[in-house]
Ligand binder design. Structure first.
Ligand code: PLP
Length: 411
């Protein structure tokens, strides 16, 4: 593959026009859209409008006239089609961590005769921490975490397990679980499943309803481009919604918050997952970000994401100067999400040097260099250029400069 082939791919890319809907410097190569999505112009404009008009002028009237009160449900409904979910099963609120707590408690309540939450050793630590917190609160006689290696998950699905909690696309390796298959196996044993879609929503086509998923959570600030700290979302299958008993019974989840009753009565449907007052500015910005997805066909997006990853990997494998990078991700694009990771003993310094040279990637402890491919705004020529810069850095040893080893708080 040479530069002409690459430029030809850009010319034929049916998603190429999407890049103009984002604020992105032409010479910046952003391979971190899996961690913090780029800024859509629609979101930037909405941020100004919410602050100046809705807050600045309409003030408290906005709860009604600008429909602030409906935002959590409205934003959930905008996300639903990206996940293959029919209306009435999503709500936008809080963070993944907090939402996992609500769902774990709900699911454990539905399986009171069991106490095990099964997860995987290399799941995102926050997800495991939330189970540990719940277990500490309830006592290990009613909630205990069991973690196994990825290859042992199927074997560990037995009648002692109440809940299987997994992340669909592994945050480090990018490996994709067979969501449909694992959900079916779990159901065969009476196990409820909670899927974390942090690295799937907006990147990988999903069919939550068809796959009979019970519960899911996902992230607003990664591929959905909702901005730093954007609220997350919860999916609960319609068939379970009457059995929900989530413990964070804040007033916004009350059936009638403005009756100010002393007794908590949960709202029906997804509204019962709300806790406190929604962060309107962030949520309004996320709503505006989702506009960029309105005319996007998820299989087309997935196809481009796979192609970007395949070319990136091919270019790296063809460059013998990059032989020290060891692939951590599955070799076939079919088996991974929209990211590729390598291990390298100097991964941290290489990552810092890349950033200094206009290629933004990220480092995940202990030695992983992770590249994300957000197909809405990445060009094939960005992929080409990023490998050239990576190769130059490693060949010249430029990453050995001391300034690239200084550890920052966020990696
Ligand atoms: C990014 C990410 C999170 C983030 O959780 P928050 O509580 O929203 O910060 C959770 N789980 C996974 C798998 C992630 O990748």
């Amino acid at each position: 593959m040479n530069l002409n082939d690459i430029l030809e791919l850009d010319k034929r890319d049916s998603l190429a026009y999407k890049r103009d809907q984002f604020v992105l410097a032409d010479d910046l190569i952003y391979l971190d859209g899996n961690s913090l999505g780029a800024l859509p112009i629609s979101a930037r404009d909405m941020a100004a409008r919410i602050i100046e008009k809705q807050w600045g002028q309409d003030l408290i009237r906005s709860w009604n006239i600008n429909h602030w009160i409906d935002l959590p449900i409205d934003v959930g409904e905008k996300i639903a089609p990206l996940l293959g979910a029919a209306p009435g099963q999503l709500i936008c609120c809080d963070s993944i961590s907090v939402n996992l707590f609500k769902l774990l408690a709900t699911a454990m309540n539905m399986r009171r005769e069991r106490r095990i939450v099964l997860s995987q050793q290399d799941n995102f630590p926050a997800d495991l921490y939330m189970v540990q917190g719940l277990s500490q609160l309830c006592g290990s006689q009613s909630c205990e975490m069991k973690i196994v290696e990825e290859s042992n998950i199927e074997a560990a699905l037995d009648e002692s397990v109440a809940v299987l909690m997994l992340t669909h696309v592994n945050y480090r390796s990018g490996r994709i679980h067979d969501m449909q298959g694992l959900t079916r196996l779990a159901h065969d044993k009476g196990i409820l499943v909670i899927w974390d879609l942090a690295h799937s929503a907006g990147a990988v086509p999903l069919a939550l309803d068809d796959w009979q998923v019970d519960f899911a959570v996902g992230c607003g600030y990664k591929y959905l481009n909702g901005g730093p700290g954007a609220p997350a979302f919860i999916y609960t299958a319609k068939r379970h919604q009457d059995q929900v008993r989530q413990p964070l019974s804040g007033w916004m989840g009350h059936r009638s918050p403005f009756s100010f009753e002393p007794e908590y009565r949960a709202a029906t449907g997804m509204g019962q997952f709300l806790c406190g007052t929604p962060p309107i500015i962030s949520m309004g910005v996320l709503a505006a970000s989702l506009v960029v997805f309105e005319d996007v066909d998820m299989p087309v997006l997935r196809e481009k994401s796979r192609r970007l990853g395949e070319i990136f990997l091919q270019l790296i494998e063809d460059d013998e100067r990059l032989g020290e990078l060891l692939l951590v991700s599955p070799a076939q694009s079919h088996d991974r999400g929209s990211q590729i990771a390598f291990s390298h003993p100097r991964a941290y310094a290489i990552c810092q040097a890349l950033i200094d040279h206009g290629v933004i990637a990220d480092f995940r402890a202990p030695d992983v260099l992770r590249f994300g491919f957000a197909p809405l705004y990445l060009r094939y020529r960005d992929i080409w250029k990023s490998v050239q810069i990576l190769s130059d850095i490693i060949t010249s040893g430029r990453h050995e400069n001391k300034k690239y080893s200084r550890q920052q708080k966020v990696t």
